[in-house]
Design a protein around this ligand. Structure first.
Ligand code: FE
Ligand code: FE
Ligand code: ZN
Length: 295
């Protein structure tokens, strides 16, 4: 695969093969990178990393020719750094993230995607403050300097923070260790947040002006089930949503993003993973309307 085309998808990390299984799953889709959750995305229960077959996974990774710098981890979406109304929730998130940075380092992974958090009714200003405080606590004594926390651009569902590039800028500008922060741009989320994702160059220009493209660590390439500005966050398969295959393909092939891993988080279709077909279509820059039949 072309070196200037770093494309993969979310894969599982599950018994019995764990990390070796993740690598093999990615290879089976024709991916040259992938994203894992270090455990179930919807809870914070985690097996010790010694039990996750990491060394075998790393060996397979080396043999595959994939660049380990491009592998991505994602923090569970239930943790909320932004809750100022219930301090124990934010405290749990801080504790979890401290340990998560070490787990991610154990995998040799260098990017941890994190949803900034939700203010749960306290207002955006309070939420932002709480997130900054939490990130400061997480990073204060952390020595895994190789691991960057990539704040994800959000759809703005509920009281989510991060649906404006300015929120992310504000967080980066106000933490003690901005060198440990990066960004994850999610095409479904920013469309749901109200950005016109079809104007690819304008979106990237605005991203560059507000945040800085040098902060971009990963792009989540998803179509959306909802209209622009719906603030819903429901991912759709490429070409079946309101964004469309052509636009998604432009992000994947954009020269300004050549060095940035792209990760599919599109839903299973008919209980089957869509990734092999979606990756093949993106490589060919050609939508195949029959791909769902060929699964
Ligand atoms: Fe996410
Ligand atoms: Fe995402
Ligand atoms: Zn999402």
């Amino acid at each position: 695969m072309n070196k200037e085309f770093i494309l993969g998808c979310h894969v599982s990390l599950s018994s019995p093969d764990y990390y070796l299984g993740s690598v093999n799953e990615a290879l089976s889709y024709g991916a040259n990178t992938f994203m894992i959750y270090t455990g179930a995305p919807q809870n914070s229960y985690r097996l010790p990393t010694e039990r996750l077959n990491i060394n075998k996974g790393k060996e397979a990774l080396k043999k595959s020719g994939m660049n380990s710098n491009h592998i991505i981890a994602h923090a569970p979406y239930i943790i909320n750094l932004g809750n100022s109304l219930n301090p124990s929730t934010a405290e749990l998130a801080v504790d979890f993230l401290k340990k998560e940075l070490q787990r991610v380092a154990d995998f040799g992974i260098k990017t941890l995607v994190l949803h900034p958090g939700s203010h749960v009714g306290a207002g955006e200003e309070e939420g932002l403050k709480q997130i900054i405080k939490g990130l400061n606590e997480v990073l204060a004594n952390d020595n895994n300097d190789d691991v960057i926390i990539a704040l994800e651009t959000m759809a703005g569902k509920g009281s989510e923070i991060g649906y404006k590039f300015e929120h992310i800028r504000h967080i980066i500008d106000n933490v003690d260790r901005p060198e440990r922060l990066g960004v994850c741009l999610d095409t479904c989320h920013i469309s749901d947040a109200g950005y016109d994702v079809t104007k690819v160059d304008e979106v990237l220009k605005e991203f560059d002006e507000v945040i800085g493209l040098e902060r971009l660590r990963v792009v989540h390439v998803n179509d959306s089930k909802n209209e622009r500005g719906a603030r819903k966050d429901r991912h759709e398969n490429l070409g079946y949503g309101t964004i469309g295959f052509e636009t998604i393909s432009k992000y994947v092939h954009h020269p300004l993003l050549a060095h940035v891993p792209k990760i599919l988080e599109t839903p299973y279709y008919d209980k089957k993973p869509p990734y092999k077909a979606e990756i093949a279509m993106l490589r060919a820059k050609q939508f195949n309307k029959n791909w769902r039949d060929s699964l």
